[in-house]
Ligand binder design. Sequence first.
Ligand code: DLL
Length: 431
Amino acid sequence: MSYYQGETECAELERMRELQGGRLADTVKHVYGRVPYYKGLMDESGVAPGDIASIDDLPKLPFTSKDALRDQYPYGMLAVPLSETVRIQSTSGTTGKRVVAFYTQGDIDLWDDCCARAIVAAGGGREDVVHVCYGYGLFTGGPGLNGGSHKVGSLTLPMSSGNTERQIQFMTDLGSTILCCTPSYAAYLAESINGQGVRDKIKLKAGIFGAEAWSEEMRRDLEKNLGIKAYDIYGLTEITGPGVSFECSEQTGMHVNEDHFVPEIIDPATGEVLPYGEKGELVLTCISKAAFPLLRYRTRDICVLSRKKCSCGRTLIKMSRLMGRTDDMLIIRGVNVFPSQIEAVLLKNGMPPNYQIIVDRVHHTDTLDVQVEMPPEMFSDTVKDISAKESELVADMKSMLGISPKVTLAAPRSIARSEGKAVRVIDRRKI
Ligand code: DLL
């Protein structure tokens, strides 16, 4: 079995807890002294930095929410002078006040290490050609896996997303062995590769897929259709990006890089910490970052943690595949979309608040249909006028969301009303 940082990945639990305790205490002192938001929050909760001496003290700290990050946009959470930062990344999809995350060179190094662990766990090494078609830019997917691949010493193909023909051409010409992309894009690539009859020219052996929900069924399909082993990888911009956790040869959940990010599971309604094995909201605490270390960040992602012994030899705690989110955020083609954003565009354009969002997966690609009732006065407009309005809405939504939905104007009163909460989103994806 090979590891990228075996000593840490396979550390005894007691050693890990000691390491975590020391790092947590340092991080708490660091943010208390540098981030007025954290000083205020801790003072309000009656916790002083000196109260945090071991990892068991973690639950004494208050939670950090995504709203706090939005309120502190852009520099409020920065815990080092700007001159020490070298990079910004940002979450996908949301507009207005996006969440931005900052990195020092040291933060990038540890992030790259986390992704390197994932690549090695998927069987990667110096002889491999790592084909990265996660997006590059503000999205963390491309830069994260790129950095990890460099650390491993693999030949890195920074393809970024899109242009499927070119992806396949490079894959066959250069002999890519490890594919990194969203599972839905991997499925699309598989379909194109098999459709073109070039499967025997492909040398892929593994895929590292994440950034969106996928199922065991999808894993089996991808493994069969590409002739690979498919591994899950999890992460989020606020915490670092991909590589918060990664799957190993056992393929039964993801090892959390808990020497950097300490996971807890809470009851999302009460905030109570739940024992291992119970399903709840994942909360993460950064214990080794300098620029943007978040304490007890509520991810809104739902999963289960387990300390069960893993056959790969790693002792890092494991989290299950994600089971959903506590909020209503949809992830469509890897982009985060909130129904409230769609509603905002509709209302701004004079549409009534009677709409339905239908999400589906057709040929392995997510589709987003927005059906909205037209105001009665528009009902008598010509077909041309109505389709011009639809195009206008599509353009506005594209600039708000970053992806294009299909918009259909429906007859007044044609969308079912609800007596309780309105059903705004119909997600037909079987994942
Ligand atoms: O999606 C980081 C990433 C890039 C992870 C590449 C893995 C691979 P964000 O755009 O900030 O960051 O979105 C984070 O995506 O809170 C989850 O809801 C979802 N997500 C990430 N990985 C997985 C996964 C990146 N493996 C949000 N399974 C997270 C299911 C995932 N959902």
